[in-house]
Ligand binder design. Sequence first.
Ligand code: NAD
Length: 344
Amino acid sequence: MPTIDPAKLEQVTRDVFVARGVPAGDAGWIATLLVRANLRGHDSHGVIRIPHYVRAMKAGEVNPAPHITVESETPTIALIDGDQGFGQVVARRGITLAVEKATAQGMSAVTLKRTNHIGRLADYAEMAASQGLIGMLWVNAPMALNVAPWGGAGRRLGTNPHAIAVPGPNGSVAMSLDFATSVIAEGKLKVKFNRGEPVAPGIMLNGAGQPSTDPREFYADPPGSLLTVGGHKGYGLSLAVEILGGILSGTGVARATPGPVQNGTLMVCLDPGRFLPPADFHAQVEALFAFARSAPLAAGAKEILIPGEPEARTERERRAHGIPVDDETWRQIAKCAAEVDVSA
Ligand code: NAD
């Protein structure tokens, strides 16, 4: 498995998208976020996506140079039409506007429709948190179904993630929670599939509705499905994500009609300083974390972490030692690069 320098990986990623007609600034931003996902340990949302994005561009499913518009707006709300652009580019526009409005008004809600895959939600929630705001996102994917409703055995929902990032003092991020409402994100199954490895029990059903640990059965015909995290609780959250991200944005809800990836998105920002003095807010958050960490350790556990800490640790480690990219993923990236005369 090759280990790649993050700067090199970012450069190859940017060059591939520039060569395919994405404006340099946008290509650089997409590359930054894909490589950041790898740096933070979420390989499912990192450079493994390059071949998918290239395929989507070839199929005309993603617009490399979108005309993003604010369809309607109030001082606190905006509805954005992404013109089928790269999700990273549309979501950057969305969170920038949401931060502006919440800074001015104390809170904001911005939706995105007609936008491709936006990647990791934490990236945008943390952009809000680094500006002193609580950032929250809910994202559906109504035509990329891979999750069974609780009690069901067929694909009826997307992996429907949600995220919340909380500001710390001086532009820091105190907590960053971001996860799919399926037991694992589909991309993580893809990583296992590419590596030829099984997954743990309790993650997926095969096409016959039987529990399975073989990712090949997920991608077989008939296809398997992922289970919701926490059983009925994740299922309920997933329905809520459909309503918040899908219906409010105008993207619509999970449906059987096939189509390109559409990430229906709702972003909400809150200024805690409008509720209590910021220093008081930060002190209470810190006290909460300290109290949580003070619990005796469960059998076999080494420590108690705050959401966002695992990613920060992985980033330190991968910045120092490089990003491991599995052979199959690297082969696919090198192929995408060779197609447009980029050296990988
Ligand atoms: P996951 O199961 O790895 O959970 C990650 C979250 O759990 C992070 O907030 C992390 O800090 C926290 N965490 C992990 N271990 C912890 C511990 N020991 N103590 C405290 N907190 C801990 O995430 P996932 O469900 O696999 O999702 C991965 C990514 O996929 C997310 O970034 C999500 O936004 C993204 N995603 C995107 C889409 C899309 O359509 N755009 C769809 C699904 C998922």
